[in-house]
Design a binder for this molecule. Structure first.
Ligand code: MSP
Length: 515
């Protein structure tokens, strides 16, 4: 069975500073990648930047710098954020790469030669924010684009179009026959709604004199390629299709596209039809999440002062806590309100549960047995307890397939922390230590605690890689050197001396004052 997976994030527009939303999708991809890799699957994970089109062109004009300088400077912001977020991407896609541009042209030529592209005059409303033509029905009651809160401009021009309507029924059938293709289900239903009425032809070019920045159409030098056609192709140019068919075949059948709900139309309507017109199979899944919004459900914006800068939060609470908190707070099928206050409160929760638990376990083992653990005869009650939590922790690694699993995993991790805390309170090792006849019982509890903490740290690894390794190193456990099949089995320990874990989540004095 082909176990290789390919995970993609959208390629982000270069024109702004990367923000919380970009961080969120990219962290999700990283957690999926780390989870799959932990269970031995090979993963190719890509993110990147979308560098052509009107938005970027306007920004370059404003900055009065060259395209090359712009691309270098602005893509560096995204690369820095992803490094600071500890994201292990395998390839950073940039639409200005020569190879990508050549592949876009190849695709267009194939579709053009098949007679699927027509040239015609079009009059319509155009939203620069979306880089898309809009229908009246797409706009709000004030005639504005709901996502950008701006009125689209009226445009009349001759362009090249890809016909979508001939593929509409095929796409509806595909979605119905593959009910998990678009996840979660509410977004699948939204796409089926878009496919209820005939599809307009997709304008795939822009006159060079209006939008000069982009790839030249291979069959007409007066036009450049529409930014969405250009950008979507990154998903196959990253795999070097059609030059490296082996690589493409290895990864494409298990491709997962991640994104927020804003761009489901290009991904769930345009992209499958482009692939079909290229005679290519569709990606395995489109996984969608809701928006992160400011307090009161209001979109984050600079003017409202409710923007959250991911770099600022990472500096305050550390990257691992930041990654965990974002996943813990969100529900993929809905929008999630987020504020600094909610983040700090969740940090406290994390410190009080996971942080205190690990320290408590270390301290108990140290106080009750000088920090030494051996595997004793575990009594059946303790065995049942460790079996129960190891089953939950194992599922976190083995059963994760989708974005929705990741949010559930983060809650389950905290639940396991509280289960272990309850177990400690019930077993009361500080009482057992006082009675020599209870020595065997005490050793069983200490062993279960240390093994429980080890398994917890393993399942935590994809979300909090650094903290997980910190916990594991106190037990001389190298996650990269131990086969995952053995990870959730009890270890043999012979007078093993545990090291101090230290404080995992320091108290944040300055932040406490802000609350
Ligand atoms: N360039 C296109 C994508 C082309 S992909 C072939 C684009 N870029 S974007 O910079 O606007 O990025 C949109 C994506 O950023 C969303 O789909 C989502 O992944 C992420 N987010 C941006 N803002 C977000 C929120 N407020 N909340 C959650 N995710 C958001 O569209």
């Amino acid at each position: 069975m082909n176990k290789a997976k390919y995970i993609t994030t959208p390629i982000y527009y270069l024109n702004g500073k990367p923000h919380l939303g970009h961080a969120y999708t990219t962290i999700i991809g990283d957690v999926l990648k780390r989870t799959f890799e932990l269970r031995g699957e090979s993963v190719f994970y890509t993110t990147g930047t979308d560098e052509h089109g009107q938005k970027n062109s306007e920004k370059i004009a404003k900055l009065n710098i060259s395209f090359d300088e712009y691309v270098e400077k602005y893509s560096a912001n995204f690369k820095k954020l992803f490094t600071d977020l500890n994201v292990k991407y395998d390839f950073f896609a940039q639409t200005s790469f020569t190879k990508h541009k050549e592949i876009v042209c190849k695709c267009l030529q194939i579709v053009y030669d098949k007679g699927l592209i027509i040239k015609k005059k079009y009059v319509g409303l155009y939203c620069t924010g979306c880089e898309q033509f809009k229908k009246e029905s797409d706009l709000d009651k004030d005639g504005q684009c709901p996502d950008h809160q701006t009125k689209p401009i009226e445009l009349s021009e001759e362009n090249y179009f890809l016909q979508l309507e001939p593929y509409r029924q095929w796409l509806v059938d595909y979605i119905n026959q593959n009910p998990n293709w678009i996840q979660p289900i509410n977004f699948k239903n939204e796409v089926l709604g878009m496919l209820k009425t005939p599809l307009d032809d997709l304008c795939i070019s822009r006159p060079r004199n209006r939008v000069p920045l982009g790839i030249e159409m291979p069959f007409d030098k007066d036009y450049i390629v529409y930014i969405w056609f250009d950008a979507l192709i990154n998903y196959i140019s990253n795999l070097d299709w059609p030059n490296d068919i082996a690589k493409f075949n290895k990864y494409w059948t298990n491709a997962i596209h991640l994104m927020a709900k804003d761009i489901i139309k290009p991904h769930c309507v345009y992209w499958p039809i482009i692939l079909k017109s290229l005679d290519l199979p569709l990606p395995k899944n489109i996984m969608v999440h809701g928006f992160l919004v400011g307090e009161g459900g209001i979109k984050m914006s600079k003017s409202l002062g409710n923007i959250i800068d991911p770099e600022e939060i990472i500096n305050e609470i550390g990257v691992d806590a930041f990654r965990f908190i974002l996943l813990y707070l969100t529900n993929v099928s809905k929008d999630t309100q987020i504020s600094k206050n909610i983040i700090y409160k969740t940090y406290d929760l994390l410190a009080n549960n996971l942080g205190n638990l690990c320290f408590r376990i270390y301290k108990l083992i140290e106080k009750c047995n000088d920090g030494v653990i051996s595997n004793p005869n575990i009594n059946s009650e303790d065995q049942n307890f460790i079996n129960q939590i190891s089953a939950i922790l194992k599922d976190i690694i083995y059963k994760t397939e989708a974005i929705s699993d990741i949010s559930i995993n983060s809650s389950n991790l905290l639940k396991v922390c509280s289960d272990i805390n309850t177990y400690i309170n019930e077993k009361q090792p500080w009482i057992l230590v006082k009675d020599n006849k209870k020595r065997e019982e005490l050793m069983s509890v200490l062993y279960v605690l240390s093994e429980g903490m080890r398994m917890l740290a393993i399942s935590l690894n994809p979300i909090m890689p650094t903290i997980s390794c910190k916990i594991l190193s106190s037990m001389d456990y190298d996650i990269s050197q131990t086969p995952i099949e053995k990870a959730f089995e009890l270890r043999k320990l012979e007078n093993f001396k545990m090291k101090n874990i230290g404080i995992l989540f320091p108290k944040l004095e300055t932040i406490q004052e802000d609350k």
